[in-house]
Write a protein that binds this ligand. Structure first.
Ligand code: IPE
Ligand code: IPE
Ligand code: MG
Length: 242
């Protein structure tokens, strides 16, 4: 047996998580939905911390979708408060732990003070590379592809790019995730079997894991189990098993 087989195969370098189920976690306990979001935000630290030991170099977290604005204003505002709190509370620790933090998603609709906190944390961690932590706020895959397409179209209009020179790499380089590897494993909590707009371009050959556990109950141990499960899969990329 090879070393990889004994240990269950290679770890996924890049794991992306759809952190779902906060609202149901709270409602099932008779609590307001925001209590679930608070508990969910508190779970993030443990999962982030566990990545280096699991061999994960890139972690991407879906925190707020372009569709989540449809929720009641009080819930949206509460989530935005939690994002501010997370950056203020965890920022120094992320810097110290060598995490490189990036945010993906359209920034224009976010409040100026939150945008400043996000840009500040990105700037403070730009030299780090122990863990690449990417947080998706106001992210939608169609919105991302639309914004990328506009920028490519502008480059063509301005004569910086010829249509025949547009390649898959051109598109990838204009997405919010430019420079990041594609996710190896995409994990969704809370039992929903859909992607809700998460990383449609990047997920072309990702493996998927759907777990029943709601995000506020999802532990580092459960995460490790999913990561080990990934190691037993065979990825073929359209070729023949070998
Ligand atoms: C995920 O939990 C967090 C966000 C979408 C912001 P939900 O709030 O979607 O929780 P459920 O799906 O309603 O339980
Ligand atoms: C996806 O979850 C977005 C995040 C986890 C941030 P949703 O709860 O918004 O997705 P749907 O509405 O169930 O598809
Ligand atoms: Mg949900």
């Amino acid at each position: 047996m090879s070393d990889d087989q004994m240990h269950g195969g290679p770890a996924p370098a890049h794991v992306a998580i759809i952190m779902d189920g906060n609202g149901r976690w709270a409602e099932s306990r008779g609590l307001p939905r925001l209590a679930g979001h608070r508990r969910g935000a508190d779970r993030v630290h443990e999962i982030v911390e566990s990545c280096p030991d699991l061999g994960i170099t890139h972690l991407t977290l879906f925190a707020f979708s372009t569709e989540n604005w449809k929720r009641p204003a009080s819930e949206v505002q509460g989530l935005m408060r939690l994002f501010r709190r997370y950056i203020k509370k965890e920022g120094a620790r992320l810097v110290a732990e060598g995490a490189r933090v990036r945010f993906i998603g359209g920034r224009d609709p976010l409040d100026a003070d939150l945008r400043a906190l996000m840009a500040g944390l990105e700037a403070r961690t730009v030299e780090n590379d122990r863990l690449h932590l990417t947080v998706a706020i106001n992210y939608g895959g169609r919105d991302e592809i639309l914004r990328a397409t506009r920028r490519v179209a502008e480059a063509v209009r301005d004569g910086r790019l010829r249509p025949e020179d547009v390649t898959q790499d051109t598109i990838a380089e204009h997405l919010d995730t430019a420079g990041l590897p594609d996710p190896d494993l995409i994990l969704r909590t809370s039992g929903e079997l859909r992607v809700s707009g998460f990383l449609p371009w990047q997920a072309a050959y990702s493996e998927f894991s759907f777990v029943e556990t709601r995000w506020p109950d999802f532990t580092a141990e459960m995460f490790a189990t999913q990561v080990r499960g990934f190691g037993r899969r065979e990825r073929r990329y359209g070729a023949i098993a070998g």
